[in-house]
Design a protein around this ligand. Sequence first.
Ligand code: AMP
Ligand code: MG
Length: 419
Amino acid sequence: MPTTFQRARANERMLAVEEAQEQVLAAVAPLPEEEVSLGEALGRVLREDVIAPADVPQRDNTAMDGYAVRAGDLDGATQEHPAILRVIEDLPAGSLANRSVEPGTAIRIMTGALMPDGADAVAHVEITDAGRETVRVYQPIQAGTHIRRRGEDMLAGDIVVSEGIRIGPGEIGVLAAVQKSVLRVGRRPEVAILSTGNELIGIDEVRTPGKVVNSNAWALEALVREAGAIPRPLGIVRDTREATIAAFESALASDVIISSGGVSAGAYDFVKDALDALGAETKFWQVAMKPGKPVVLSTLRGRICFGLPGNPVSCMVSFHLFVAPALRKLMGQTTDILPPAVSVRMAADMTSRGDRRTYHRVRVVARDGSLLATPMRAQGSGVTTSMVQANALAIMERGVTHVEAGSVLPAVLFGMIGQ
Ligand code: AMP
Ligand code: MG
């Protein structure tokens, strides 16, 4: 006997993953900004263009330890007949030269020190005798050698880090270099996590027959944290309409609500009903993919709600494909929102029923200049161990039932490529 839920929606077309991702992104807008200090900015999304206030380097400086010279003085220098220059000053990084380099002289100079007047090249110490009073230089060099030019890194007025970029260590270094100690970034979304299921027990409870540990809450909490958002685990929700409604209501204090389980068409699946009862607008409830076909997207009082499937693997896969992009957009990210797809060579055969597009958990490693993907031992949507060391989802399109080792497939990356 089909439920109302099944009958009402039986004719709806299942969305393709790409269409579902579009709907997800259309349903969210960036959260307000806040100020943080640079030390707290890692993983946040910059919400202002940061401009270089001055040229960096401030002036020409040396890229090597050696001697600031006039290149013309070294013309014809050889091992047997070195150029011999008088060393008139010693210049560590951070000091300014008192004198200028006149013909026949050199200033001993350390990496980063500003070029003295008169010099037009740096003879690195390796081509000299490293002399202190006089220096022998055994090779000619061209004017400009080993000089880092003023403004070569940034020019005053350049945008050095743009709005919408997620701040990593490289950005932190540049922001520090322009003395940007306080930044405007996107607020981090708080994400409520609900785990529906009568069978669920907490991590410390005794596992009696039929009980299942609420592992999804832990995996989702980690995924949310990895995405740069703030998890708010709200515990286990029993499979009744009332409990599910009450749980979603209590979750409304957060910016995003994720539930797991209770989205199939079973007799105890109340997520969709509860969302309907609360007046949520459902955007989709099924996506043409495996694992993870039942996945609900709705909006409720200005918040986005994801009803993810209960099967642990389906839950994580749908997080990577739908929830993580939404969190990035909420934080204000404007690039790299969807997980990238790369071409991988399969290390083993794979099979599929062919009725839907499947996302196979694989581990991708770099091998001989290309990417090699090894499928996980078991691909069932309840096989949590198939996520251990997995870093990508290799895609078999609908209608494809067999892929041979050596074939090239697209794969969605969600972790660092292995070795
Ligand atoms: P459901 O989507 O509610 O029908 O659940 C599908 C399968 O996922 C069932 O075998 C559940 O026991 C399992 N499951 C549901 N929720 C969780 C959870 N929070 N942690 C681990 N497994 C779960
Ligand atoms: Mg359930």
